[in-house]
Design a protein around this ligand. Structure first.
Ligand code: SF4
Length: 350
């Protein structure tokens, strides 16, 4: 494997060896100006996990970019350990797992096999398919609710389960998630906590905000006219058969789920997309709605939507300083409330 592969899969044992060979010490990483960007990327990794449930892919044109990306991984682990909050740890582990899954989908089988090997999953290739020892398969699929994952519904040959690449990667996602959840939080000494104190405090605040947002909410009957402009724009794009960027798709699905649409209803929204792939879209929806992952996601805050360039057509309510709209769900809540009170108090002309 090369440095680009390590950057894409920085949790590999070989990636840690690569960092050692580059002579980067922990002290350098924590304090040296040369690694400022790696520290920032490590924090961004954790923020991505909180906001999107997946680590955004960054441009990696040079060896230096790749090294920064690899180093962002141990940094993220230190940040998560410093926050030391079960909610964040689980969410981070899940996000690293999902990110690996999405990347493995586009990799050669040799790379997939190597990643499995380094996650201690017994696997090999057989006539264009990947196979996994049934004991590993059972260990990682036992919590998956769909009956498709039952051993009885798979092809088993001489103790190995044959799997297409996408399903194989999905099992590896669980393996990585379990590994990270068992490893984190790391014990951090005082000097590390001191060096990262400001960022850790910031991440603690962000974690508390996100946790509040995940609490279930009853939005009543769905009212499309009260949707925020960004969501109306995404729906328009989906209905026109345009490709939605990943971040917009995530925001739309999580928004729809939170206001009460079923997975089936959300799936129908994407059915006209040019790249519509029913099983992949279903998987993405079930991941975001918590049916697979066990974690329900909410859309990102308006500031994050803006930073990703997906805050489309903000209207007067979005921009009204008195309304203090900070979140697309907040926008919807305010609009619903004002419509209800308008109905409750008829105007003098009616
Ligand atoms: S300000 Fe917020 S609610 Fe309004 S369009 Fe932008 S992201 Fe959507």
């Amino acid at each position: 494997m090369d440095s680009l592969s390590y950057a894409k899969f920085p949790f590999l044992r070989d990636a840690a060896e690569y960092v050692k060979d580059q002579g980067v010490t922990l002290e350098d990483l924590l304090t040296h100006q040369a690694y400022r960007q790696a520290r920032a990327r490590g924090k961004a990794r954790v923020i991505d996990a909180l906001e999107y449930g997946v680590i955004q892919l960054r441009p990696m044109a040079t060896e230096g970019d790749c090294l920064e990306e690899i180093l962002s991984y141990p940094m993220a682990r230190m940040y998560v350990s410093g926050v030391d909050d079960r909610f964040l740890t689980r969410r981070y582990a899940l996000s690293e797992g999902v990110t690996m899954y999405e990347r493995l989908e586009r990799e050669e089988m040799d790379i997939v096999e190597e990643v499995a090997y380094q996650l201690d999953v017994s696997a090999s290739q057989e006539s264009g398919s990947l196979r996994m020892h049934f004991s590993n398969y059972l260990l990682y699929t036992s919590r998956m609710r769909s009956k498709d994952w039952k051993l009885i519904n798979t092809e088993v040959k001489r103790g190995y389960v044959l799997l297409p690449q996408l399903r194989f990667a999905r099992v590896l996602q669980q393996a990585l998630q379990d590994k990270l959840e068992s490893e984190l939080p790391l014990p951090l000494d005082e000097s590390i906590l001191r060096a990262l104190a400001d960022d850790i405090n910031d991440l603690k605040e962000r974690t508390a905000i996100r946790r509040e947002q995940y609490k279930a909410e009853d939005f009543g009957k769905v009212s499309v006219e009260n949707f925020p402009p960004c969501m109306k724009h995404f729906i328009g794009m989906a209905q026109a058969g345009e490709n939605l960027p990943h971040s917009a798709r995530f925001a739309l699905v999580s928004f729809m789920h939170h206001i009460g649409l079923t997975s089936e209803e959300i799936l129908n929204l994407f059915a006209v997309s040019p790249d519509f792939n029913i099983s992949k879209t279903k998987y993405q929806i079930e991941h975001i709605t918590g049916e697979i992952s066990g974690t329900e996601y909410t859309p990102p805050e308006c500031t994050t939507m803006k930073s990703y360039g997906i805050c489309f057509n903000p209207d007067s309510l979005c921009q009204n300083p008195k309304a203090k709209v900070k979140h697309p769900l907040g926008y919807y809540r305010i609009k619903n409330r004002s419509k209800k009170s308008a109905k409750a108090v008829p105007s003098s002309r009616s």
